[in-house]
Design a protein around this ligand. Structure first.
Ligand code: SF4
Length: 377
């Protein structure tokens, strides 16, 4: 992919990801279990100058495939575009010109906290304060409210060319660190060379402070995590209200048509709940003038993986997917069979899946069989 070697990844040199806990790593796909723990509260410098990072960089310079990057190698071996390839292909111009010894980070992922107004089925307390409250498990995480930590983050990322901002929910009201961070980019003049990529749950339309700040940035790409409509959406994305989300989608569309540098996209999480309806959703997007969604399979909740369904339901799903006139939808059928981890761990994934949905259905006053009658044998 680059003259630096087929396995080379720039994220080991210029990528920094800060998650909801403040944990640091080269990118959001790097396996935290395979590296020493670094937290932003101890300073970014400790991570930057660590033996771990120096060793990782050397591995890439030697064209090796480091163990912590298994998600990229797995995707590539399966013929899918990996995070390292996507980042390189989208940022070739500045990456090819990058001096590897340059200080500071260019590709920066930030979850300022885990404050979120939803408790989506596929999520958990690590990324949502609503999950923390519901399960009475985990903690409210807000590392960016510490002034010294916030300044340290900015100082190490102030020349960033790409900011990937996720949540929690990044557009929640009364949360200032995110806006303050963007303001610093505008004041320094860096904003005009910086691209922001957001992931939002679509329940909050950003206020004017955001939309005014975004005008100063080179490009703003807002990904809405939406993978169904109506009652099924509300089941998956509890306690969201579909009518409100639909109205926000329309406002995002209007914003993007008015501002040349603002673009919207959709992210569809392929799960046991959504896979059957993927073709209908793609048709809906088309009818609404929305772009075709990006498909990614659920990663942290194995028991919601599409492969947990029993053979009868799998066949029904496959038949439905093949009715779509969209070839990307046809390809999703592979997810019904190929995720070994979900099937190996849960030999009877179907009954485990039912156990998990029953527990939450009781708590939330929802009913899987009523919301998804097509997925009941
Ligand atoms: S190879 Fe993949 S997982 Fe590893 S640092 Fe690069 S983007 Fe991240």
């Amino acid at each position: 992919m680059t003259e630096r070697g087929d396995n080379f990844c720039y994220n080991a040199f210029t990528g920094l990801d800060v998650n909801q806990r403040g944990s640091l790593r080269p990118c959001c796909k790097f396996d935290l279990q395979s590296m020493p723990a670094f937290n932003i509260s101890d300073g970014v410098g400790k991570y930057t100058n660590s033996k771990f990072i120096k060793r990782l960089q050397k591995q890439f310079l030697d064209n090796k495939r480091p163990d912590g990057c298994s998600r990229c190698w797995d995707d590539e071996d399966a013929g899918l575009e990996s995070k390292r390839q996507i980042d390189y292909n989208n940022n070739k111009d500045f990456l090819d010109a990058l001096e590897l010894s340059k200080e500071g980070y260019s590709i920066v992922g930030i979850a300022f906290n885990n404050l979120c107004n939803l408790a989506c089925r596929i999520c958990g307390p690590w990324a949502s304060s609503t999950w923390v409250a519901e399960e009475r498990k985990g903690a409210i995480l807000n590392w960016s409210s510490n002034e010294q930590t916030f300044v340290d983050l900015y100082e190490n990322t102030k020349d960033a060319k790409l900011l990937e901002i996720v949540g929690g929910e990044p557009f929640l009201k009364n949360f200032d660190e995110h806006k303050e961070y963007l303001k610093l980019f505008v004041e320094s003049g860096q904003a005009k060379d910086t691209h922001i990529h957001y992931v939002t749950n679509g329940t909050v339309f950003p206020d004017e402070t955001f939309t005014n700040l975004w005008k100063e940035f080179e490009h703003v790409d807002i990904t809405l995590s939406i993978d169904d409509t109506g009652k099924r959406f509300e089941y998956n994305r509890y306690p969201a209200n579909w009518e409100e989300v639909y109205s926000n989608i329309k406002q995002f569309q209007k914003l993007s048509s008015e501002e040349q540098n603002i673009e919207i996209s959709l992210s569809f999480t392929v799960s046991a709940f959504t896979i059957y309806y993927a073709g209908d959703f793609v048709d809906w997007c088309k009818a609404e003038g929305l772009p075709q969604p990006w498909f990614g399979v659920v990663s942290l909740r194995d028991y919601y993986h599409p492969s947990v369904h029993n053979d009868t339901i799998k066949q029904k799903i496959e038949d439905k997917l093949m009715l779509s006139d969209n070839v990307d939808v046809h390809k999703l059928k592979d997810f019904l069979y190929k995720d070994k981890s979900a099937m190996d761990i849960f030999n009877n994934g179907d009954s485990l899946f039912k156990g998990y949905i029953d527990r939450l259905d009781k708590k939330r006053g929802q009913l899987f069989s009523e919301t998804f009658p097509e997925l009941v044998a």
